[in-house]
Ligand binder design. Sequence first.
Ligand SMILES: [Zn+2]
Length: 209
Amino acid sequence: MFIGHYAAGFAIKRKAPDIPLWLIFISVQFVDILAFTLILLGVEKISYNPTDNPFLRTSIDYVPYSHSLFYSVIFAVFAYSLFQHTRTHKWGVALSIGVISHWFLDAIVHVKDLPLFLNTHKVGLGLWRLPMTAFVFELSLLVIAAIYFLPGIEKKRLHILTICFLAGGFFAMFLAPEQEATPQMASIASLTLYTIVTALAYFTERKKR
Ligand SMILES: [Zn+2]
C-alpha cells in the first residue's frame, strides 16, 4: 500500500495531537523504510514484473524481516517500549499502532506475498489484482482521513498541501507508463519520496510555532 499508510498517520495524529506528524509518518512507513534499506543492502529481494497493472510491477520475493507479521509485532513492541520510556504511555501506544498498522493495511492489497513468520505462510487479500478498485480504495482512505483530521487543525492549507502531494504522487504512479525499474532504482525513489513527505510534515508543523 502507498498513501493509505499516511491516512492511518493522519488518524493517529488526530487522536494524539502532541506527537509530531513527521514521527507518526515514520512509524506508519517504518516497515517500508526498512524494506527498501534492506533491499539496497542486498538482504531482502524484490524484482521487476512486466505487467499493465501498476500495482503489480514490483514482485515481492523475499521480505522476511521487514514485512513478516512476526517482525512487525516485534517492531511495534519495541516502538512502544522506546516511546513509553522516553515520552509517555500514549506516545508508545500511538507509535506502536502506527508501526503495526502498516502490515494490516498491506495485507488488504498485497497478493499472497506477506509472510506471517519469516519467509513462510504468505498471505494477502490481493486487492491490487483489481487496480482501479485498489486505486479508489486507497485514495478514499486518504480523503476520509483528511476529512477526519483537518477540523480543528491550524494551518489547514499547509496540511492540505501535504495531502495533495501524496494524492498527486499516487496519481502519477498509477498513470505512469510501464517501465522497468531495477530494485535499486525503486528503493532509492521510494526512500526519497518518504523523506520528502516526512520533511513536508516537519515543516508544516514547524511553521505553526
Ligand atoms: Zn509495505
